[in-house]
Design a protein around this ligand. Structure first.
Ligand SMILES: NC(=O)C1=CN([C@@H]2O[C@H](COP(=O)(O)OP(=O)(O)OC[C@H]3O[C@@H](n4cnc5c(N)ncnc54)[C@H](O)[C@@H]3O)[C@@H](O)[C@H]2O)C=CC1
Ligand SMILES: N[C@@H](CC=O)C(=O)O
Ligand code: NA
Length: 434
């Protein structure tokens, strides 16, 4: 009889414990789908005493020893972070074992080298769980859409920040209170600043852009802004123009160049933005994620589902585990991402964006003209202007047309210096507005 395939589980936190539970409770079904029984060989943890529910004979603090054990066939890495996750993955490849991971931080930092190591060893590196949790998005990009030309991906890919923004908008909850809830529910990273400051979404954007545009993109290539600067005023201003505030990951293929990138390039950015409440992404609430893909032949596609949490993420991990187990039995390995297009990454300063700006001004003759002049001087065209209030308490709300981001931020800096402007009370980019 064929011996079972043995899985080494590295990490037993929010995701790891859900993966372990599923491996134990659904062992028969998983084995039937793979075509061979799948068993847990061991679970590497830092503090065994913290895992009373895991059979003691499976627990070990020696992750490296577990990964390189002769009877281990497949490795699931759900420790997170860069080290020791990277060294453990490399050790697994060297020992001829395929790896399934949920670690976007590592893949976005060192994906090219890790894929090269896996390819050299003839094994798999799969990480569907790393982007948008349970939502199948990496395999669709890598396989189903590989025959098409992708032009743009806009996603809500961080559950924690979407949960926080949804709570702020819907219930008026404070930032800290909403973050504590997201952490309690298992959505936040071990260090939640990774979520709040946009690092997690930037890592996911890098992975999406790499696959979509056949171009190596790392987290360092992604323009990143988080949500800690989003204020109640921003949320209220958004509502006034029929918009909502979301942290967006935007990956674009840009044709016809810019001053420093004359050919095609890619622009990858993560920042909060106002989007119309009629936009498909506007209704994505709580820890849900959605990824909106635009492709030449396929047109628009939207992928939606649970982007965070133990069980949903475990679903993606197990899907990958079945895939790599099948490959192993077939004596094959799936193809890694291709980087043949190798497009340049366009800097944010040259990327076209639109701004929504609120200014406190005195309602005096000439103020509007002076403000408009400042936009014009920076080459920024105004789409709409709205004034509320009179006298000393007037507010100007301006939405621009699209312009290079550097021109927009220079305009804001100049407005802050104008005597007629008492304060710039809200500045957010706008996406999807007609
Ligand atoms: N929680 C979520 O909703 C999602 C998490 N992920 C990713 O999954 C991975 C795991 O995340 P969580 O389970 O949420 O984190 P977690 O912090 O709950 O669990 C990580 C576990 O790994 C253990 N660990 C750390 N270093 C270790 C080492 N050297 N040896 C053995 N164990 C070690 C920790 O003690 C902890 O129990 C991360 O890469 C994360 O970005 C991906 C998608 C969703
Ligand atoms: N911390 C992440 C977890 C999933 O990737 C998030 O909040 O989305
Ligand atoms: Na996914």
């Amino acid at each position: 009889m064929n011996r079972p395939l043995k899985v080494a589980l590295l990490g037993c936190g929010t995701v790891g414990s859900a993966v372990l539970r599923a491996l134990q409770e659904q062992a028969d079904d998983l084995g039937a789908r793979v075509g061979r029984a799948v068993e847990v060989a061991g679970v590497a943890v830092r503090r065994p005493a913290h895992h009373p529910d895991v059979p003691a004979d499976l627990l070990t603090t020696d992750a490296h020893g577990l990964v390189t054990r002769d009877d281990v066939d497949l490795v699931v890495e759900v420790i997170g972070g860069i080290e020791p996750a990277r060294s453990l993955m490399l050790a697994a490849f060297e020992a001829g074992k395929s790896v399934v991971s949920a670690n976007k931080a590592l893949l976005a930092e060192d994906g090219v080298a890790l894929h090269a190591a896996a390819a050299k060893a003839g094994v798999d590196l799969y990480y569907e769980a790393a982007v948008a949790g349970a939502i199948p998005i990496l395999r669709p990009l890598r396989e189903s859409l590989v025959g098409d030309q992708l032009s743009r991906i806009v996603g809500i890919v961080n559950g924690t920040t979407n949960y926080i923004l949804s709570r702020m908008a819907e219930t008026g909850a404070g930032f800290g209170e909403a973050l504590a809830e997201a952490t309690e529910l298992g959505y936040a990273e071990a260090d939640p600043t990774a979520d709040v400051d946009g690092f997690d979404a930037a890592a996911k954007a890098a992975i999406l852009a790499s696959l979509a545009f056949h171009t190596p993109v790392s987290a360092a290539d992604v323009h990143r802004e988080g949500i800690s600067t989003v204020t109640a005023t921003d949320v209220a201003r958004a509502a006034e123009i029929g918009c909502t505030v979301k942290l967006l990951a935007i990956c674009e293929r840009v044709a016809n160049g810019s001053p420093t990138h004359p050919g095609d390039s890619v622009a990858v950015r993560v920042h909060p933005a106002m989007i119309p409440t009629t936009h498909p992404l506007a209704s994505v609430g709580g820890a849900f994620n959605a990824v909106f893909v635009e492709a030449e032949a396929a047109g628009q596609l939207m992928f939606y589902g649970q982007g965070a949490g133990g069980e949903p993420t475990a679903s993606a991990v197990l899907g990958d585990l079945v895939a790599v187990a099948r490959n192993r039995l077939a004596g094959a390995a799936g193809q890694g991402p291709s980087g043949y297009a190798d497009l340049a990454v366009r800097p944010m300063a040259e990327t076209p964006t639109r701004y929504h700006v609120s200014l406190d001004v005195a309602d005096k003759p000439g103020v509007l003209a002076a403000v408009a002049q400042e936009f014009a001087q920076h080459g920024v065209s105004i789409s709409t202007v709205r004034q509320t209030g009179r006298g000393d308490a007037a507010t100007l709300v301006i939405v621009t047309h699209s312009a290079p981001d550097a021109a927009l931020s220079a305009t804001i800096a100049a407005l802050r210096e104008m005597a007629a402007v008492r304060g710039v009370t809200s500045v957010l980019r706008v996406e999807g507005l007609q």
